[in-house]
Design a protein around this ligand. Structure first.
Ligand SMILES: [Zn+2]
Length: 149
């Protein structure tokens, strides 16, 4: 994809990749871990390679950057130049996301989408994760073992 980009576009792309695709996922991973849930990362055998996977619960979480995945919130602003390029790209991402989530659900998985902008309210995010995964950490999680001690 990089071949037909100007240097400015490329550096813009790279900055978005760093700020939207890496950090938010780390935040969610740390939170999930701190809550006592044990996840696997990026299971490639599942549609869309979910960011966090909880195999024994058959649940998966995607952490989406608002720009790349076209959230439509205030963080999701198309750069002034090459709007057509970015919009087409993001439309493709959105379509792919929808397809992958539908496939995952068809395989019996439950899916939670977390948007980058939702990380601003950590308390609400914490509650969303707990209500999605269930109150009690299960499947031999660390909290379960700690409770025994
Ligand atoms: Zn957003």
């Amino acid at each position: 994809m990089a071949d037909n980009l100007t240097p400015a576009q490329r550096s813009y792309t790279m900055s978005r990749v760093r700020s939207t695709d890496t950090t938010p996922e780390l935040v969610v991973r740390r939170l999930s871990y701190a809550l006592g849930y044990r996840h696997r990362l990026h299971r490639r055998d599942l549609p869309g390679t979910p960011d966090l996977v909880y195999p024994c619960r058959r649940k998966a979480i995607f952490v989406h950057g608002c720009f790349w995945h076209g959230h439509g919130c205030s963080r999701d602003r198309t750069p002034a130049s090459n709007r057509t390029y970015w919009n087409a790209k993001r439309r493709r991402n959105k379509e792919r996301d929808r397809r992958n989530q539908a496939r995952l659900r068809a395989l019996g998985w439950k899916v939670l989408l977390i948007w980058e902008c939702e990380l601003r309210n950590r308390e609400r995010l914490r509650k969303r994760i707990i209500s999605f995964l269930g109150e009690k950490p299960a499947c031999g999680s660390a909290i379960y073992h700690r409770a025994i001690w």
